[in-house]
Every structure is written in C-alpha cells, then in structure tokens.
Ligand binder design. Structure first.
Ligand code: G6P
Ligand code: ZN
Length: 565
C-alpha cells in the first residue's frame, strides 16, 4: 500500500527560537493553526532523520497526546523509519535520555516545559535531543530556528490517530512504531547503578525510625517513584504522594523547592519523616528534605561525589571527574581536592556537562538549581539523585550499626571533614529589564575600573568585615570543543573564600529575573556549633554586604527577593 505524502502550505511564525531546553510557549500559542506543525517540520528540515529511529516522550502535560500525533504524521512523511514512544506519550526527561542511548536511536522529541505549570492556560514545550541522549547543541537549535523563518510548507501523511495506550509494535503508514512501557527501562538502569539490596535491607530494618516520602508533584515521576519505592524497595503505598501525572499537574507549580513543594515539607514535618524527596514536572530536578533537614543542591552533589566510589556500585571503578555550574557553591571542590579529582566549573545549563561526559572526563555533577546527575545519561536526573541519597544513607548506616545516620548526621559529618560553604540564592523575579541592566552595567564598570579591589565591607548587624579579593565576569572555554561562552555572570570573591554572584536568569518568561547567589566558607576548625548553624544566620552579614555593594535595592526597586532557596 502506498501512502500519500501531502504538502500543506504554511507561513512562518516569529519567535520559534528554541533554547537548549527547547521551544517553550503558552499552550494557546502552540494551538495556533500550523504553529506546532511548522516547528516539527523545521526539526525534520534540520536533522537527517530519514531511515532513522526517533524516540517520543514527555511529561504528560496538556497538549502532549495531540502533539505526538502531529509528530507521527509529519515524521512519517519525512521518512522516519521507526518511532519508539512512551505509553500514553509519557517518558520523563531522564528516561527519554536513557531510551535514546539504550536503543541507539538517532534522537528524540520531548514534549515538556519542565517545571513550568501546565494546562490549557499555561505552558507547553518541544525539545529535540540528539543521539548521545542530551539536548541538541546550539548549532542544531540555531538551524531549526533558521528553518522556521523561511518555512513555506510541511509534509504530512494523513492517517487516523494511533492509540498510544497499548504497548506493542505497530505500523504507521510507511513507518514502524513501538510503544514501550514508560518506566521499565529506567528502573532497570537504576538497578544496574545502585545497590538495591542494601537500600532494601536498611529501609526494612529501620521502618519506624526512617520513614520515606516521595512527592511526584503530579508530574511525570509518579509512576517511576511508585515502581522504585513501592514495587522494588517494598515501601508502603503511602510513601509516594501526588503520584498520578496530570495534564495540569493538579493546578500546581511542579518545581521541587521549599516554596512549591510545601505539601511535602508539611507532611515530612507533621509525620516525622526522616527522608522526603520531590521531583519536577519532567523528572530531571530533585529536592532532598527530611525532618528538619533541607539539603541545598550544592551540598547534595558534593556528598554524592564524596561517597560515590565506596557506596554506589556504578562508581566502583572510580570517579572520572566532577563538575559544578559556576553559581553552585564550591563544596564539591573541597571534596575533589581531597580526593585528587578534577573539578570543572561550567556556565549554568546542563548542556555544558555533556561534552565533558562524552569525552570521559566527568562522572558526577550538579547545579544549585536542583539539578544533580552523572554520566549514566545526558540529562540531570531527579529520581537518580534521590536513590543515590538512599544508597549512601544505607551504606553509612551499615558502617554505623549502633546509631542511626539520617540526613542531618550525614551533613554534619561531611562539614566536619570538609568545612561548609553556607549557600543561598535570592531571586528577584519579573523586575524591569532596565533596572537589571543597570545593576549589571554597574558591576561591569567596577570590573573595568578595578574600583572594588581590596575594598573592605563591614556588616552593620554582625560586625563581620569582608575584603574584596577580585571581581570578574565569568567566561568559559569548553575544554573539549574550544567553544567560548561569554558574560555568564559577575563574581565578587572575598579574601576569606566567600563569593557573591549576580546572574540574569535565562529561563524567565516576563521582564528580567536577577539571581543573587551568596556563599560563605567556614573551615572545619570552627567547630560543630558554627558548622551546624542555620543557613540564613550563617550568611546574614555577607548578604547585607552583597546588597550594599551592588546597590541592588536601588537598581531593582525591590526591598525583598521573590523567592529564597
Ligand atoms: C534549566 C536548565 C538548568 C539550568 C537552569 C537555569 O532548568 O535545565 O541546567 O540550571 O535552567 O535557569 P535560570 O533561570 O537560572 O537561567
Ligand atoms: Zn525539569
């Protein structure tokens, strides 16, 4: 049977520029006539997927099932030989990265807008990943954008919608389709990485003192969480909550931080839960939060790096190197130094880690923005980070049979060896772009004139004095391909090792968002009481100095940040 390819005339839309996190817009924008079709055709015009296998998945948000059908119609007309699709259009971002790698696919199309709210009045997104399982590099996304500017038609094969709810092999016009279980391959991957027996034994022998709660935030990770925590690790069904993916995430904002994951925080506190964790809409972010114990992502990756080789089977043969994004605290550097590992500092954005991983230079990395991961895939991985913590805690408890080691004990133990970088981020969301620019210009002028060098700044409330060591604008040259990324944020370093970083968010959708990152290092010699202080207290003086030095309140016209993490 021959299948007729139709050419549908169309006109370009403005602004279809994908970032490395894909094209993210309101659902209503994607629903405009030909809008989604144009972008999908632009992908096929930019990558040579003819005769190849493509993966399709996503976080299950509103408008995903329709878009899978659009991709099938257009992809098939453009010669895709085979589609591998997650059942019901569901594959978490890390699961999709794994499927692309495992089945040696040519690439994948992920339908997600990460942690942005979903539903008919919120966001949708389309992201293209390449054969290493990571987001398409800029040369590919630039090409897609160029194609959207000149598109005049797209190709389709008109076929009835494919039922996405049945696992199996199907024919779709000239293409083959395999609908796969969304969870199975991912669970197998984690089982090959972690010591599930050790975790199971630990959890079962401490079921009273060490309760676990996983919050899927009605994003994509619910089924993954249930498969791992309930089916594999044998925890009670009540150990997972908000575990049914909903097209609008139940009306919530599926971002795991202290503000948006408040349901988790409240239940952890009320029910004395030793280990709580949450993941975002598409499953790549994570937050670790136990009773009275919040783990800042900068500490999380440092602790994983510290324990990996001895506790986690995947790393038994050694950690190749570690990395952090520039604004992430230096905690992981202290670990790397002691262990003689290379520690890379890259600009914000997971894509910068991928090159280092492909070159065999990097095993474990993380970002302050609740992203943690390793070279098992090419995306950050929320559930991986959560299971990594359970594996480490199980291992630490095996070493300490007489006293339960919980999150706080593990943190304290870590600080006593490496010291502690107190870390916090202040977000000023939707400020005026002019004000944000003035703040940046002022800092750049200081950098140019060297006018802050060696100046002393005293905090009125704590009496601490901070002396500026240097101020720079962060530029990065990729050690693998030599590409250069400039203007990645301003760093003010102080003589005691403290840092303040200013950066404009690259993901905001309205006005500008200014992020201020503050970090103060305290050496182990300061003693347990000093190391165990509350973060806000530990940073009070430095925050005052940072605000005064940058004249932030003046430029942004804001007394207080919108969010503190
Ligand atoms: C996305 C990327 C992360 C990055 C974050 C930065 O989530 O996947 O790798 O850290 O954006 O966001 P920002 O708003 O600070 O530019
Ligand atoms: Zn995400």
């Amino acid at each position: 049977m021959s299948h007729q390819v139709k050419e549908i005339p169309t006109k370009p839309y403005d602004g279809q520029k994908p970032g490395t996190s894909g094209l993210r817009k309101r659902v209503k924008v994607f629903q405009q006539e030909h809008y989604t079709e144009n972008f999908v055709q632009a992908i096929f015009d930019s990558v040579d997927a003819k005769g190849q296998t493509l993966v399709i998945g996503g976080d299950g948000r509103f408008f995903s099932p329709e878009t899978v059908q659009t991709i099938l119609r257009i992809g098939s007309a453009n010669g895709v030989a085979k589609f591998i699709i997650g059942k019901d259009a569901i594959l978490s971002t890390p699961a999709a990265s794994n499927v692309i790698r495992k089945y040696k696919a040519y690439g994948g199309i992920l339908l997600t807008a990460s942690h942005n709210p979903g539903g008919p009045n919120n966001d949708f997104g389309i992201k293209y990943n390449v054969s290493n399982g990571g987001p398409a590099p800029e040369n590919v996304t630039d090409k897609i954008f160029e194609k959207t500017k000149t598109i005049s038609s797209y190709k389709v094969i008109d076929l009835p919608p494919l039922d996405l709810s049945k696992i199996g092999n199907f024919e779709y016009g000239p293409s083959k389709v395999e609908i796969i279980d969304s969870v199975k391959d991912y669970v197998e991957l984690l089982e090959s990485i972690f010591d599930f027996d050790l975790i199971r034994t630990f959890l079962h022998s401490n079921s009273e003192q060490f309760k676990v709660l996983f919050d899927g935030m009605h994003g994509v990770t619910g089924p993954y969480g249930r498969a791992i925590f309930v089916d594999k690790l044998g925890l009670p069904a009540s150990s997972v909550q908000n575990a049914v993916p909903l097209p609008d995430f139940g009306g919530g904002h599926p971002d795991p931080n202290l503000t948006y994951a408040h349901e988790l925080v409240e239940r952890v506190e009320a029910d004395n839960i030793a280990f709580g964790a949450a993941s975002d809409g598409d499953g790549d972010r994570n937050m670790i939060y136990g009773k009275g114990a919040f783990v800042t992502p900068s500490d999380s990756v440092a602790i994983i790096a510290d324990w990996a080789e001895q506790a986690i089977p995947y790393f038994k043969s050694g950690v190749k190197g570690v990395a952090r994004s520039m604004p992430t605290s230096k905690q992981i550097e202290y670990v790397a130094k002691k262990k003689g590992l290379n520690c890379y500092e890259v600009p914000t954005g997971w894509k910068f880690f991928g090159n280092l991983m492909d070159a065999g230079k990097l095993s474990i990395c993380g970002e302050e923005s609740f992203g943690t991961g390793s070279d098992h895939i090419r995306e950050k991985d929320g559930v991986w980070a959560i299971v990594a913590w359970l594996n480490i805690l199980a291992f630490a408890n095996k070493q300490s049979p007489n006293q339960l080691v919980g999150i706080n004990e593990l943190l304290q133990k870590h600080y006593e060896v490496y010291g502690r970088s107190f870390f916090s981020r202040y977000d000023y969301e939707e400020v005026s772009s002019e004000g944000a620019q003035k703040l940046v210009d002022n800092l750049n002028a200081h950098i140019k004139e060297g006018s802050l060098a060696s100046t002393e700044h005293k905090s009125a409330s704590t009496g601490q004095t901070f002396t500026v060591a240097n101020v720079i604008n962060f530029d990065y040259t990729d050690p693998v391909d030599g590409s250069v990324s400039k203007n990645q944020g301003q760093i003010i370093s102080f003589s005691d090792g403290s840092r303040v970083v200013f950066r404009l968010s690259g993901t905001g959708s309205q006005g500008a968002t200014v992020r201020m990152y503050v970090e103060r290092y305290v050496a182990p010699s300061a003693g347990a009481a000093e190391l165990g202080r509350d973060t806000a207290e530990g940073l009070k003086g430095l925050i005052e100095v940072a605000l005064e030095l940058s004249k932030l309140k003046e430029y942004l016209g804001r007394e207080k940040p919108t969010v503190i993490t």
